[in-house]
Write a protein that binds this ligand. Structure first.
Ligand code: NAD
Ligand code: UDP
Length: 366
């Protein structure tokens, strides 16, 4: 199968591209590299022994998107491309609505143009309304509490409308819980810009000496040890869910929603404990005030994905911490600085395929 992956150079996308190539699929990536580096795809290519074709392009550039879609004519699209920082979305809501919602409208129009009707979309557990009824099931009430979450909710609703409007579509909405970890090789992983907002990337920067201590946001929650509880999911398990969703959609028309999580919650203290064991030293932490807007606890019920997709999270919190530590310790500065500058699409593809060793001394990447 030929799969077009938007945002395929990013954290989750690069893991999915690797699994797709390893499974023998042909892969094209559409990415503007606004939050990623071609280095991720170069490493994917080296590991898979097969290369994705990279199309540098913006989801907001509808002409480019249509041109690529018509040129590639994929059998299916996996749509990771988007902005994802909750705090930034509060400061720049319109940028988020434009990029995520308008970008998705453009994508769907380009797919219609090329008669491509199979789509897997990266949604998030953030679309669920706060609930005391756990684990969260796919039919739980939805309500997002920030602009980022609302872009995901609007896109979900748009995809539902699309499936109602025409019986030709096969659409899978995947609601991720908390993706963490890295490929077990340590070659690819999450590379956040600036100070990480999320717990695991912050802990791993403490472990590698880039930050002094972990700040635990509150120890007075009604949870098993007083710290916040989340459903952490290994990025390789998560990526596998996309392959399983595509297989399912090959045989089913309509619109479907699946939670991708482990089905159980882990506290902040237990995540720090797992990471301390992974890196071989007790990581320093301090209890501070609760973070505004945080809820005490949530985790999802992944039964629908197990029954319909045959998917199940295989890796636990110890493996998530070990793999994340491997990635962070082998790549303390992530992929390094990259600016797209004047590079042509051909330059970048030659780099990814190993035909060109470096891009330039200033731009990439050890
Ligand atoms: P990421 O930032 O690492 O990857 C997103 C990719 O999309 C990047 O490569 C970026 O360059 C690209 N991109 C962004 N805007 C684009 C545009 N206008 N045109 C073309 N490319 C564009 O993020 P990720 O963690 O891999 O997340 C992937 C998807 O999963 C996102 O849609 C995100 O909202 C969703 N998601 C992520 C998490 C998480 O915690 N990481 C949780 C739930 C949902
Ligand atoms: N958290 C924390 N310190 C940090 C970052 C997060 O204590 O530096 C807590 C946060 O309060 C929540 C959990 O860790 O209980 C997961 O937070 P994250 O931001 O990773 O995910 P989200 O809250 O978006 O689910």
């Amino acid at each position: 199968m030929h799969v077009l992956v938007t945002g395929g150079a990013g954290y989750i996308g690069s893991h999915a591209v690797l699994l797709l190539l390893e499974a023998g699929h042909q892969v094209s990536v559409y990415d503007n590299l606004s939050n990623s580096s071609p280095e991720s795809l170069r490493r994917v290519c080296a590991m898979a022994g097969a290369s994705p074709e990279l199309f540098i392009g913006d989801l907001l550039d509808s002409d480019r998107l249509k041109e690529v879609m018509l040129n590639v004519k994929p059998d299916a699209v996996i749509h990771f491309g988007g902005l994802k920082a909750v705090g930034e979305s509060v400061e720049k809501p319109l940028a988020y609505y434009r990029n995520n919602v308008v970008g998705t409208v453009n994508l769907i129009e380009a797919m219609e143009c090329a008669d491509v009707r199979r789509l897997v979309f990266s949604s998030s557990a953030t679309v669920y309304a706060e609930s005391k009824k756990l684990p969260l099931m796919e039919d739980a009430p939805r309500d997002a509490s920030n602009p980022y979450g609302r872009t995901k909710l609007h896109i979900e609703q748009m995809l539902e409308d699309l499936a109602v409007s025409s019986g030709e579509w096969s659409i899978g909405i995947l609601r991720y819980f908390n993706p963490v970890g890295a490929h077990p090789s340590g070659n690819i992983g999450e590379d956040p810009q600036g100070i990480p907002n999320n717990l695991m990337p912050f802990i791993s920067q403490v472990a590698v000496g880039r930050r002094n201590e972990v700040k635990i946001f509150g120890k007075d929650y009604p949870t098993y040890d007083g710290t916040g509880v989340r459903d952490y999911i290994h990025v390789v398990d998560l990526a596998q869910g996309h392959l399983d969703a595509i297989d399912f959609l090959t045989h089913h028309k309509g619109q479907f929603v699946w939670n991708l999580g482990t089905g159980s919650g882990t506290s902040v203290l237990d995540v720090i404990g797992a990471f301390s064991r992974a890196c071989g030293r007790q990581l320093p932490y301090k209890i501070v005030e609760r973070r505004a807007g945080d809820i005490a606890e949530y985790y999802g019920d992944p039964t629908a994905a197990r029954l319909e997709l045959g998917w199940k999270a295989e890796r636990g919190i110890e493996e998530m911490a070990c793999d994340m530590w491997k990635w962070q310790s082998q790549n303390p500065a992530g992929y390094g600085e990259f600016e797209i500058g004047d590079y042509t699409n051909e330059d970048l593809n030659a780099y990814i395929k190993g035909i060109k060793d470096t891009l330039s001394s200033t731009n990439v990447v050890s």
